[in-house]
Design a protein. Sequence first.
Length: 144
Amino acid sequence: MTDSKAQLVTRFFKAIVNGGDEACLKEILSDEVRWNVPPSVMPQFRGPHIGLAGAMYLVGDAGDTLYVAGSSSYTILNLLVDGDQAAAQCRFKARMAAGPSYDNSYAFFFRFAGEKIVEIWEHLDMGYLYGRLQLDPDWVRESV
């Protein structure tokens, strides 16, 4: 039996927490997956990130620099699927490597080809993230 689109999205969120489940991500993501992050994100995380290596970078190496290993979780608040696309409103919680707790709202949009996720758009409250990190995102002003 094949996964429904909603099941693929649910598996995606379970797979990306706490360093990432590479085996699961290989099952559900296209080899050429394109993961788009907001342009105001920190320069080292800018994308798009293309391919499984790019996806693993975001959930592994990049996530490990921000969050304490084993502390993260996603809760799907709303999930809508229509044809080859899905939208998920989520809450992401973790303990930040810098110390404070993190509890942010996210919206993800997905596009599918067959039984694989081929494109991801990730949106989050960047102001909250920068506040928790106590960062002044001067790179945002420079890119305008």
